[in-house]
Design a binder for this molecule. Structure first.
Ligand SMILES: *Cc1c(COP(=O)(O)O)cnc(C)c1O
Length: 391
């Protein structure tokens, strides 16, 4: 099997699993309890918190563990909207956010908030000047993702953060997809909140984190115990937290080298597809893009058809985001970038990870042109295009 869907999730690293195992077996204490078994679990949680804090240039007290990246986004957005009702109810975001952000904003709209959805250009970039223009007296939060999960475009986060700081508006960024791919320095990026997730970086599913700058007021989403500095009730997912900490330690050691290799593989993939398949559009920014994402619209066929054909060849890929696959709606990200329904329906995302090899990429480059040709032969869109003399 060739796995090219690392933007959807990754396999747990063996070192991560080894670090977690004791906390699933003999070290099962509740970190809040008062005996040595519990103290050891507490110490492991705090070590992971320090590890993650160090990696993003924060202090441990500013890291809240959550159940996933989506929860971290929800906490940042709903938590700050609820805590700052007295200041205003206006939020600014972009049209290409992950659903964890978009749907949180939509939920707040039902609750009386007003949300501005900023457009992006054809490469998927938000214009910082438009952020500045959209800020009003009653704006309490700007939330713009660091890098997009569908096509990889990297936003000018530091610049947008500087604008927000100058205007006294909170700034949250979803950095789930950029963790381990781009340098994450919460001071350099001028962010007040930053969401992370474990399972995109070889930790298990079901663990996330939110960085919260000192002085930022949030209301927690869950009522219950005083865990996570009273910001996230519920007994800690000790093994998950330990795994996340270990995964970030591995990023510290090897991400630079991995990313160099992955970038070269991605570029080989992009060049090969562009050379060997006609009528293909590379989506996202040509340079300002994540090292692991190659994303395309393959004209005159359906992304779903490509995925099914690739699956028969034992190649795992994705069309748009995992959350919207299975639905007939084209990707909101591609639509916001100005692609038509028809073009957006042909989307294909190949996302690389640390275990992919050059031989795997070459195999995909061998298989894909045939898959596309067969699908086009059966496609009414292709027949129409032929009739029009377009192809
Ligand atoms: C995967 C992803 C999320 C959601 O993270 P979960 O841990 O799966 O909830 C949020 N934002 C982006 C950009 C993602 O890629």
């Amino acid at each position: 099997m060739i796995y090219l869907d690392h933007a959807a999730t990754t396999k747990v690293d063996p070192h991560v699993l080894a670090a977690m195992m004791p906390f699933l077996q003999n070290e099962y204490g509740n970190p809040s309890s008062l005996y040595q078994l519990a103290h050891r679990a507490r110490a492991a949680v705090e070590e992971a918190r320090e590890q993650i804090a160090r990696y993003i240039n924060a202090s441990p007290r500013q890291i809240i563990f959550t159940g996933c990246g989506s929860e971290a986004d929800n906490l940042a957005i709903k938590g700050s909207a609820w805590a700052n009702r007295d200041k205003g109810q206006h939020i600014i975001t972009s049209a290409i956010e992950h659903h964890a952000v978009l749907r949180s904003c939509q939920a707040l709209e039902k609750d009386g908030c007003e949300v501005t959805y900023l457009p992006v250009d054809s490469t998927g970039l938000v214009n910082p000047a438009q952020v500045a223009d959209a800020i009003r007296d009653d704006t309490i939060l700007v939330t713009i993702m660091h890098a997009n999960n569908e096509m990889g475009t990297i936003q000018p986060i530091a610049e947008i953060g500087a604008i927000c700081r100058e205007q006294g508006v909170l700034f949250h960024t979803d950095a789930v997809q950029s963790l381990g791919k781009l340098a994450l320095d919460v001071d350099g990026l001028n962010v007040d909140m930053l969401a992370l997730s474990g399972h995109k970086v070889y930790a298990p599913k079901g663990i996330g984190a939110l960085y919260i700058r000192r002085g930022v007021r949030l209301r927690s989403l869950l009522d219950g115990g005083a865990q996570e500095f009273k910001m996230r009730a519920g007994t800690e997912n000790v093994a998950g937290i330990v795994g996340f900490g270990k995964a970030v330690e591995l990023l510290e050691q090897r991400a630079t080298e991995d990313n160099q290799r992955i970038t070269a593989l991605r570029d080989r993939l992009i060049a090969g597809i562009q050379q060997n398949i006609a009528h293909v559009i590379l989506t996202g920014h040509p340079e300002e893009r994540l090292p692991h994402i190659a994303s395309f619209c393959i004209r005159y066929i359906e992304g779903e058809g490509i995925l099914l054909s690739l699956d028969i060849e034992d190649i795992c890929a994705s069309s748009g985001s995992a959350c919207s696959s299975g639905s007939l709606e084209p990707s909101h990200v591609l639509m916001a970038m100005g692609y038509s329904h028809e073009v957006a329906h042909g989307s294909l995302r190949l996302s690389l990870g640390r275990e992919n090899t050059e031989a795997e990429i070459d195999h995909v480059l061998e298989v894909l042109p045939g898959v596309v040709a067969r699908l086009r032969e059966m496609s009414p869109l292709w027949a129409d295009a032929q009739r029009r003399g377009e192809v």
